[in-house]
Design a protein around this ligand. Sequence first.
Ligand code: P6P
Length: 337
Amino acid sequence: MKSISLTQFLIEQQREGRINADLRLLIEVVARACKRISIAVGKGALGGVLGSAGTENVQGETQKKLDVLSNEILLEANAWGGHLAALASEEMDDPHPIPDRYPKGEYLLVFDPLDGSSNIDVNISVGTIFSVLRCPEGVKEPDEKAFLQPGTQQVAAGYAVYGSSTVLVLTLGDGVYQFTLDREQGNFPLTHAKMRIPEDTSEFAINMSNMRHWEPPMRRYIDELLAGKTGPRGRDFNMRWVASMVADVHRILTRGGIFIYPRDLKDPGKPGKLRLMYEANPMAFIVEQAGGAATTGRERILAIAPAQLHQRVPVFLGSKNEVERVTAYHLTPADRA
Ligand code: P6P
């Protein structure tokens, strides 16, 4: 059966009253920007855009040329449509206003333009993550404060994975849909509707090299998985770690699993590595919409009231029963663990 395109899907969502014309345009514009990023990423060494840009972002991380290019592609694509009030990005210290020569809209777009970019030079999948919020009523010049809304306020979220194929995964709050880039037609046919994450799994994703820095409940949970059928879980587990969140989360959305980037004690001032507004929140929205769960180990990610645009949080997300188990370990007083 011929599948519908992203454009037709969005028109149908608008016809059903789930989205308005501006949100439809926003998603279309972001999808086109992801297509351009996919082309740039796909050129690899032939595109002259590998390697470092020689600059640092607000995180203090060295920016890759493709980080900067991807950010610019998303800024240019979203400037003129009249659907946004402002944008914010991992690659920019402060929110980016819509140029005065264009009309402003009701939405805020916050994104990680190229997540996992340390993998670009070794040809491992990377991606774009985005989250859409409404601009607060009456705010004409949105500053950081306008973006500081809990993840439950998201009206849409999605990611693109630039891998063996380029897929766009999207939720508008009524299930999770996957579209695959048709490079010949240049469009995104729907390839998977109403995606569901199995509630149980035997596959976990974590960077084990940080084990010595973990909190005790984290050690307990992973030790039980490593004990396999000889331990309390009674079955063997497998491990995957791509070190590219979009790739790890897409695998989990497709076949189940639990993704963990915990708080660790090596830097007590840093509550984890991943950022709330443009990594944890959009992924948590998608995962919950697919029947999974997403916590910090102690609270639901989507319920967090953000304090800063670039704040970091611990992330546990994926198969519901595993996320609930490891969260229960963190909430159990040490003397009863
Ligand atoms: P580590 C990529 O830099 C990223 O932000 C996520 O995409 C990924 O899950 C994580 O960091 C990898 O972190 O410490 O294993 O390199």
